[in-house]
Design a protein around this ligand. Structure first.
Ligand code: CAA
Ligand code: NAI
Length: 698
């Protein structure tokens, strides 16, 4: 009767089996098929119960996200859930894999729920900038009470079967084939004369302090609004009739669906998956990846080694001397203990990783058998070339030689070897075993299977891998350098670093740029300014007030003093009183009269600088697509996910508006604010960055 719903019977039980791979999303065809199958079961006098079950890896992973933003198609999901619940037959959902979002709402429309011990349920809509829109916020609190329902709706977390049973969401857990255990449960219910049990007819949840709960959720969301909407929907379940509560939920859902925040988060959902699917890698087999070498066990090398160990790879790490080797081992063991404490690994796994999977040595000979080496030594071309020369001599043919350099030219590094086709950049982010981003930097001569292996490594390490071309800073650091400069210019012109940090955290960034600079170490920027000093354009404005702090040996958080002062052993910080003095001295020397900046102007300038440079990165082919840049900023630079990324933000603002701002700023500083040609072309042709994403996806 339907391609996606198969209908069969087992005695008095009608079985509705959802077959919509890969995750049984509730597309229009599934909704219609379920509705028709319910009609058919109800029309058959022999049938006493209906079992809904999913085929494949999940019961139902939720609404079909690809339908969001398109005109609604009947039957809608809330009506389907109500229709299932209103059935005169006893309806049972048998769940396995994940049951998420609209999937859980369908299950809550059923009268009884049975699940596999490994099943997980949840309402993850908040991660898409939404709230449950098919009765989830009305039915769930009638089972669990308001507080637990709010926690589920606002965290979006996946709840394991045993916890879900304790919460009252699942009635029974039984291992076996979901259809078989479901039919057996249905037969038991029929023979015991179990009644229909509609959650909508259960008592409304008791009242809690709604405003305090709402405020707490909004504060935690750092600008994201859908969590707060979820609280208000559960409040409606407590205060209104079921039907009015459903209408209130629908209104909030529709508002969220129309918001820029859900557009940003849905963009993130699809592109974090799409970014690593390169058409040119289809059918290209990656090289072997069992053991890896890491050169340098400092901040990055130790983090990369930890990430590889946690992914069950063997690691050989090379340091310059015994003391450095011991320090590197200490760093890795510290991170592995952290993973043990967080429950990521068991004690026996931890011990095996420390004793047998990790080798720390001072001799390059131990690298002769590894499949891939990642160099993470000092950011100095001469040192890197020397290391690659040695690797070339010792590594087996076909071994991949990768650099974790932040800025340096990977083509030049490759040229220091006799096998440039085997050389690639693998740019991790600190802390490397935690941060999700990996830039796979493809040099001129990198072989395609080496690129495929870079992506394969990213996948094994659980990273979001993004292809980048060679340029100073690749995708992320190049764009960072530019928007950081815009922030520095604002400081010279009168905005304080503390106002800028606050305006940008209010916008949704995890941290402001000056707090980030303190965390990364002010010496990095200082060294970069020195490195670039010779080649500067005469019109380039380069603030130097912070170099004076560096000259005194203050490098930010690690030395206790930077833009902020840090108390030893605490995360607390206060503005450094030296900074306004240093800024005032530089303003006086440059004859600048400081002016006031509104928070809005700060955000506009910062974002326009980011967008303009990001557009140039796409225009030059350094990034494959605008969405790739968005994923780099989201997963490596604390960009608020609910804004989708800088180029999604630009699309939502309107590119003509963004370009007009850039042109206005260019009147003050034509060198820094030169508009991207790609941005100009898009505005002229009335297209968006998302149009480019779509064109590339075809
Ligand atoms: N709609 C459409 N497509 C979906 C989907 C959904 N709800 N969930 C997953 N997919 C697609 C993915 O885009 C991916 O497609 P590609 O292979 O083309 O990239 C494919 O299914 C497989 O997904 P994953 O690679 O993510 O597979 P996984 O096994 O790692 O994870 C999952 C599976 C846990 C279900 C994960 O995909 C997920 O979290 N999905 C989203 C779940 C969700 O947010 N549901 C709520 C939807 S909103 C809702 O339901 C609103 C409402 O109440 C009305
Ligand atoms: P670090 O100074 O903490 O560590 C470098 C380590 O390399 C030191 O332990 C040193 O003893 C070792 N080393 C130096 N020469 C060596 C050699 N010839 N053989 C073996 N070991 C050698 O530096 P960090 O921060 O780990 O940076 C390393 C690389 O990673 C640099 O290229 C840097 O640009 C890059 N990077 C740094 C990031 C960060 O946030 N710190 C982020 C991403 C990349």
């Amino acid at each position: 009767m339907s391609d996606v719903i198969s209908y069969s019977t087992s005695g008095p039980v009608a079985i509705l089996r959802i077959q919509n791979p890969p995750v049984n999303a509730l597309s229009q065809a599934v909704r219609q098929g379920l509705s028709e199958a319910m009609d058919r079961a109800e029309a058959d006098v022999e049938i006493k119960a209906v079992l809904i079950v999913g085929e494949g890896r999940a019961f139902i992973a939720g609404a079909d996200i690809t339908e969001f933003g398109k005109p609604p198609m009947e039957p809608n999901l809330p009506d389907l859930c109500t229709r299932i619940e209103a059935s005169p037959l006893v309806v049972i959902a048998s769940m396995h894999g994940v049951t998420l979002g609209g999937g859980l709402e369908v299950a809550l429309g059923a009268h009884y729920r049975i699940a596999q011990p490994t099943a997980r349920v949840g309402l993850p809509e908040v991660h898409l900038g939404l709230l449950p829109g098919a009765g989830g916020t009305q039915r769930l609190p009638r089972l669990t009470g308001a507080e637990k329902a709010i926690e589920a709706v606002t965290s979006g977390r996946q709840i394991k079967a045993d916890e879900a049973r304790e919460m009252g969401i699942i009635d029974k857990i039984e291992e076996g084939d979901p259809q078989e255990v479901g039919v057996a449960y249905a037969m038991d219910l029929i023979s015991s004369g179990a009644p229909r049990r509609a959650i909508s007819e259960m008592a409304a949840p008791s009242s809690i302090d709604w405003d305090a709960t709402y405020d707490g959720v909004m504060k935690k969301g750092r600008g994201q609004i859908s969590g707060g909407a979820g609280v208000r929907a559960v409040q409606a379940a407590s205060e209104l009739s079921f039907a009015d509560g459903m209408a209130a939920e629908r209104k909030l859902f529709t508002e969220m669906l129309a918001s820029d925040q859900s557009k940003g988060m849905i963009h993130a959902f699809f592109n974090e998956r799409a970014v690593s699917n390169l058409p040119e890698l289809k059918g290209v087999a990656p090289r072997a990846l069992q053991s890896i070498g890491v050169i340098g066990g400092g901040t990055m090398g130790a983090g990369i080694a930890t990430a590889a160990l946690l992914a069950q790879m063997e690691v050989v790490l090379i340091e310059t001397g015994e003391a450095q080797a011991a320090a590197a081992r200490g760093r890795i063991e510290g991170s592995l203990s952290g993973a043990l404490k967080r429950g990521k690994i068991s004690q026996s796994q931890h011990d095996a990783l420390v004793t047998s999977a990790l080798t720390v040595a001072v001799n390059y000979d131990s690298l002769s058998t590894v499949d891939l080496v990642i160099e993470a030594v000092f950011e100095d071309m001469a040192v890197k070339k020397e290391v690659f020369g040695k690797l070339d001599a010792v590594c087996k043919p076909g071994a991949i030689l990768a650099s974790n350099t932040s800025y340096l030219d990977v083509d030049e590094i490759a040229a220091a070897t006799s096998r440039p086709a085997d050389v690639i950049g693998l740019h991790f982010f600190s802390p490397a075993h935690i941060m999700k981003l990996l830039e796979v930097v493809v040099a001129d001569k990198t072989a395609i299977d080496v690129v495929a292996t870079g992506f394969e490594l990213g996948k094994r390490l659980g990273k979001i891998s993004v292809r980048a071309g060679v340029c100073d800073g690749f995708i992320g650091n190049r764009i960072l350098a530019h928007y950081r400069t815009a922030a520095d210019h604002m400081v010279l012109d009168g905005a304080s670093p503390y106002q800028i940090d606050r305006a940008l955290t209010d916008f949704g960034f995890a941290m402001g740029p000056f707090a980030v600079a303190d965390l990364a170490g002010l010496d990095i920027g200082w060294m970069t300014r020195k490195r670039k000093a010779a080649g500067r354009h005469p019109d380039e404005r380069v603030p130097t007030y912070i170099d004076k702090l560096c000259e005194e040996g203050h490098f930010g958080r690690k030395t206790g003093e930077g833009y902020y002062l840090y108390e030893a052993g605490s995360h607390a910080s206060v503005p450094n009183p030296k900074i306004p003095v240093l800024i005032a001295d530089e303003q006086a020397a440059l004859e600048i009269t400081p002016r006031d900046f509104s928070d809005e102007e700060i955000v506009t300038r910062y974002m326009c600088a980011m967008v303009n440079e990001a557009a140039k990165v796409v225009e030059e082919g350094i990034a494959r697509r605008p969405a790739d840049v968005d994923m780099v900023l989201l997963f490596g630079y604390g960009f608020p996910r609910f804004r989708g990324g800088p180029l999604k933000w630009a699309d939502l603002q309107g590119l003509d508006k963004v370009l007009a701002n850039i042109e206005r700023f260019a009147q003050e500083d034509a060198w820094f604010w030169k508009p991207s040609a790609l941005l100009e072309q898009l505005v002229t042709s009335g297209r968006s960055f998302d149009d480019l994403n779509r064109a590339q996806a075809k």
